[in-house]
Design a protein around this ligand. Structure first.
Ligand code: NAG
Ligand code: NAG
Ligand code: NAG
Ligand code: NAG
Ligand code: NAG
Length: 670
């Protein structure tokens, strides 16, 4: 009898062991070249994606046309699928269907088509920053009409909340791996799927935050937690500013020349922003360099104007940086308490946005711009005198495009200002705020700063910068700039290389010899305010190099220690052993919503975006055993349980006869 019992247990145990071994040792392949859609929250909603806590698991189903999508939603035999799609199938309609279907537990965008064949893609709203700037409820101006939207290519997926993780890969090897596994194991698509082992994916991107920013910040704060966990953090970074003359001269009026410093994208880590950010950023830097060179050694004591270059950060998320600067201005805190600039000090505001090819430049004036009309006349004359072949025209729309200027106009509608763009009624950018807003979009190839063609982007931007710098120079000094001082197209090429191709972009033009940057593509996502941003650092360093004086300090420590002074920034240039001083500085690009005490997060006045935190983001592929096999494992396990209970009961009852130990039980009780 005993032998029988042992043999039964062992047989079952072995099956059990085998089965569990099979399940646990299923081969996981980590697919690293993937990037997720993450979760962001504002004062009232959340947008983006999250997986369940342990990741979403589903059988791979590749969809190339509508009938294959319908199959998975309507006729597929299993309960959970991860759907692989290409860009053609990645439409709002299809995504909504998959979001609603309980069968689709995740989406993987797999796009390996050559870049030249991708004609458009923007996951951004057709009206970027639809609810903020001049459109904030407290201001209530209509600045974007859906029938004539600024971003006509926008599909809007970025601003929606998805009930499933969405990942992206463009890595050929990864895509081939998935396709082969799908074709080998998951085809044919019929009822027999339930009897086979199938190729499956696990998408893990569990986001800790939920509901909205106030809820998640409340949960994060120590009050309810002994060990505070951060569920989310406010988006934000730094705004950079640099004047050509020292700040704080009460005689000075200001001309602000601005551009934005960030972009956004549906997929984390893929925010190239070449047209959304890089071209106007580079133009601003070139302008600043040239204007500084023109005024550096001039007698500026008679100037009654100063030019302040500002780069706003976090603009993609309801104008974080510019709304903060405007808020600080209104609190007499910008750039610092001791020497504030007031709204009345701003004589003119000029913004550069999506500059590309200046065969036509459009300016979008504010209603108060007429007071400064002479500026644009001067600008047009300057371009003519410099023989630049550019057409400059006024926008044919009266509304102001999405721009940082909206933050200023929200407080002072009459501020004279204009935005220079390459588009007129709507963006020409077919890839606005997407992973494809790259070098290809702006037709840029690095020339290694030599032999730059005259019809190339670096040359256009240098010409634009020269025109702007000369116009500004004439405005502040009353003199005409010498025709020979121009923004260099090799500088333009060097800078574009940094902000389009790689952050590791040392060459003579950028003066970056002692700054070690990683060889990575620039990513213009603003990120959370508690983390430093590589691009901000690179821009600061370069602008200091362009706009600084060599001091007589020769000691590195002494140079660094000087940085306690509020109005000057000192930088040690290691390889040349010199200490430079510059008026460059930064202010926090953190929304006033997180600064104003008891701010009402649902009011919509200021940006309330936060980013959820997470622990693990991964995509894994493995073989999922057939359903019948899983049933077998389950039933076997259950049988063992039942049989063991029965056996234990039976053995216990018959212990006397079986083991012949009459006193065993009573003995143990003593
Ligand atoms: C948050 O975003 C949603 C959807 O984009 C929008 O409807 C809502 O007004 C926003 N809320 C705030 C407080 O900005
Ligand atoms: C969808 O694609 C599959 C496989 O490529 C093909 O067999 C099928 O005919 C297509 N259906 C339609 C409606 O195009
Ligand atoms: C996706 O599904 C969730 C939950 O059902 C819903 O709240 C959300 O609005 C849906 N998203 C879209 C874009 O339809
Ligand atoms: C600049 O724009 C003009 C007119 O739209 C176009 O013909 C030309 O090819 C463009 N140049 C570049 C380099 O994109
Ligand atoms: C640019 O030229 C320098 C030499 O002038 C060379 O060392 C470097 O590799 C070149 N870079 C590229 C990207 O071609």
């Amino acid at each position: 009898m005993l032998i029988f019992y042992i043999s039964i247990v062992c047989t079952f145990a072995l099956t059990q062991c085998n089965a569990s071994l099979n399940v646990h040792n299923r081969m996981y392949v980590l697919l690293e070249a993937t990037s997720p859609c993450i979760l962001l929250l504002n004062g009232t909603h959340s947008a983006g994606c999250s997986s369940s806590r342990n990741g979403n698991v589903g059988v791979i189903h590749l969809v190339r046309n509508i009938s294959e999508l319908n199959w998975v939603i309507r006729s597929s035999p299993l309960h959970e699928y991860i759907v692989g799609v290409n860009l053609d199938m990645f439409t709002m309609k299809n995504l909504r269907q998959m979001n609603t279907s309980s069968k689709v537990v995740g989406v993987l965008l797999m796009q390996k088509t050559p870049r030249e064949l991708i004609h458009r893609f923007s996951a951004e709203d057709t009206c970027p920053n639809r609810y903020s700037g001049l459109a904030a409820p407290q201001i209530g101006e209509k600045v974007c009409d859906d029938n004539e939207a600024w971003n006509p290519y926008g599909m809007g997926a970025m601003r929606e909340r998805w009930n499933m993780p969405i990942f992206f890969t463009e890595d050929n090897q990864t895509i081939v791996q998935i396709e082969q596994c799908f074709e080998k194991f998951n085809l044919p698509l019929d009822k027999t799927q339930s009897d086979r082992s199938l190729c499956a994916l696990e998408l893990s991107s569990h986001m800790y935050a939920s509901v909205n920013s106030p809820t998640c910040l409340r949960r994060s704060s120590g009050a309810y937690n002994i060990n505070p966990i951060r569920y989310c953090d406010p988006l934000g970074d730094e705004n950079i500013y640099v004047p050509i003359l020292p700040l704080g001269n009460p005689k000075h009026k200001y001309i602000i020349v601005a551009a934005r410093l960030d972009a956004s994208s549906l997929f984390y880590g893929h925010t190239p922003g070449s047209l959304a950010v890089a071209t106007s950023l580079v133009t601003l830097m070139l302008t600043a360099k040239l204007l500084y060179a023109l005024t550096k050694d001039a007698d500026t004591s008679k100037y009654d104007k100063n030019v302040l270059f500002v780069l706003f950060n976090g603009e993609a998320y309801d104008y974080i940086g510019s709304s903060r600067v405007v808020y600080d201005l209104s609190q007499k805190q910008f750039p610092f308490k001791e020497k504030p600039i007031t709204f009345d000090d701003i004589e003119l505001y000029v913004e550069l946005s999506q500059l590309l090819n200046h065969s036509r430049i459009t300016y979008h004036p504010s209603s108060g711009f007429s007071k400064q009309q002479s500026f644009i006349d001067k600008f047009i004359d300057t371009a003519k005198n410099l023989n630049f072949n550019v057409t400059i025209g006024k926008s044919s729309k009266i509304t102001i495009p999405p721009s940082s200027m909206q933050s200023f106009l929200a407080l002072n509608k009459e501020m004279p200002g204009l935005v220079f763009t390459s588009y007129d009624k709507q963006f020409e950018n077919r890839y606005y705020h997407s992973l494809y807003d790259d070098h290809f979009n702006i037709k840029y190839t690095y020339s290694n700063t030599t032999n730059i063609p005259s019809d190339s982007l670096p040359n256009y931007l240098a010409e634009f910068a020269t025109t702007l710098a000369h116009t500004l120079y004439e405005t502040v000094s009353g003199q005409t700039a010498p025709q020979s001082s121009v923004a260099m197209k090799n500088d333009s090429d060097a800078l574009l290389h940094c902000y389009v191709d790689t952050l590791n972009c040392y060459n003579k033009g950028t003066g970056l010899s002692s700054l070690i940057m990683q060889d990575v593509k620039p990513d213009f996502y603003v990120g959370v305010s508690i983390q430093g941003n590589q691009i901000t650092l690179l821009i600061k360093y370069t602008l200091i190099y362009f706009m600084s004086r060599i001091t007589n300090i020769t000691d590195q420590q002494q140079c660094i220690d000087k940085n306690t002074e509020a109005y000057l920034t000192y930088m040690w240039i290691d390889d040349k052993k010199i200490c430079r001083s510059s008026y460059l500085n930064s202010t926090p690009a953190i929304s006033p919503a997180f600064v104003i005490p008891d701010y009402n997060m649902s009011s919509g006045r200021y940006s309330t975006w936060t980013e959820s935190s997470w622990q693990l983001i991964s995509v894994r592929m493995f073989m999922k055993p057939s359903r019948s096999y899983e049933w077998l494992v389950f039933v076997t396990g259950l049988s063992i349980l039942v049989v063991s209970f029965a056996l234990t009961y039976w053995i216990k009852r018959n212990a006397k006869e079986l083991f012949n130990y009459p006193n065993l039980i009573s003995a143990s009780n003593i």
